[in-house]
Design a protein around this ligand. Structure first.
Ligand code: AP5
Length: 213
């Protein structure tokens, strides 16, 4: 299973990735998580990209591609992976196909921006293990504490309304064209991502079973 999850910010790529990794034994590779961790640790990469990520802009293609290429060469990616948040531009997609053979692209479709805004403005994440919560849809058992590791939950800098609007605009301009890019290659599947996370997961498993048999 070498899968790409495409979709606008807040479509639920990270949430679905966690569920699929748990049940299908593949690894999640989230460029967003990699960048946020670098920023948190104040590495040279983190310092370079902090403003870009917090404003919801895209990190330069060359830098992103070389990072993903390196990550995919690690042992745990051999048996299968989900690319969550990569590629995000045609240039990234073209680069990816020079070194990887993707089996399926799943487009998490949400037509209503209001759903996206509600999801993102209520999101909380664990700064330590990256677990994802929502104050209404998926609250932690103890308020503001991660169920998995007990650390405090935080609000992402790019989940402020102006950054969300910027991310949506960039998605439409730069990432949405990837839907046609992969449809033309015959590997695109679309799931309605506006239902509950369980409904989205069931739609994914139906797709995976069909692809298998
Ligand atoms: P990234 O972290 O990839 O952000 P994103 O693509 O904008 O996606 P999100 O993480 O915001 O949303 P998601 O679809 O994963 O939704 P989630 O599951 O969390 O990237 C961040 C930044 O890094 C970029 O802006 C850019 O700067 C940089 N970057 C990353 N990759 C890059 C690349 N390839 N090139 C250049 N720059 C790059 O869910 C959202 C909320 O909704 C949660 O609260 C969740 O609990 C809730 N929720 C999820 N599913 C459901 C559901 N079905 N029903 C109800 N609630 C739900």
């Amino acid at each position: 299973m070498k899968i790409i999850f495409l979709g606008p910010p807040g479509a639920g790529k990270g949430t679905l990735s966690t569920m699929v990794c748990r049940d299908f034994g593949v690894v999640q590779i989230s460029t967003g998580d990699i960048f946020r961790e670098a920023i948190e640790k104040e590495t040279p990469l983190g310092k370079r990209i902090k403003k870009i990520v917090e404003n919801g802009e895209l990190v330069p293609d060359e830098l992103t591609v070389s990072l993903v290429k390196e990550r995919l060469s690690e042992e745990d990616a051999r048996t299968g992976y989900i690319l969550d948040g990569f590629p995000r531009t045609i240039r990234q997609a073209e680069a990816l196909q020079t070194f990887e053979n993707i089996t399926m692209v799943v487009n998490l479709d949400i037509k209503n921006d209001q759903i996206i805004i509600e999801r993102l403005s209520g999101r909380r994440i664990c700064g330590s293990c990256h677990a994802i919560y929502h104050i209404k849809n998926n609250p932690p058992k103890i308020e503001n504490k991660c169920d998995r590791c007990g650390e405090d939950l935080i609000i992402r800098e790019d989940d402020e309304i102006p950054a969300i609007r910027n991310r949506l605009e960039i998605y439409r301009k730069k990432t949405k064209p990837l839907i046609d890019f992969y449809a033309n290659r015959g590997i695109l599947h679309t799931i309605d991502a506006s239902g509950t996370s369980e409904e989205v997961y069931r739609a994914f498993t139906r797709l995976a079973e069909k692809a298998d048999g």
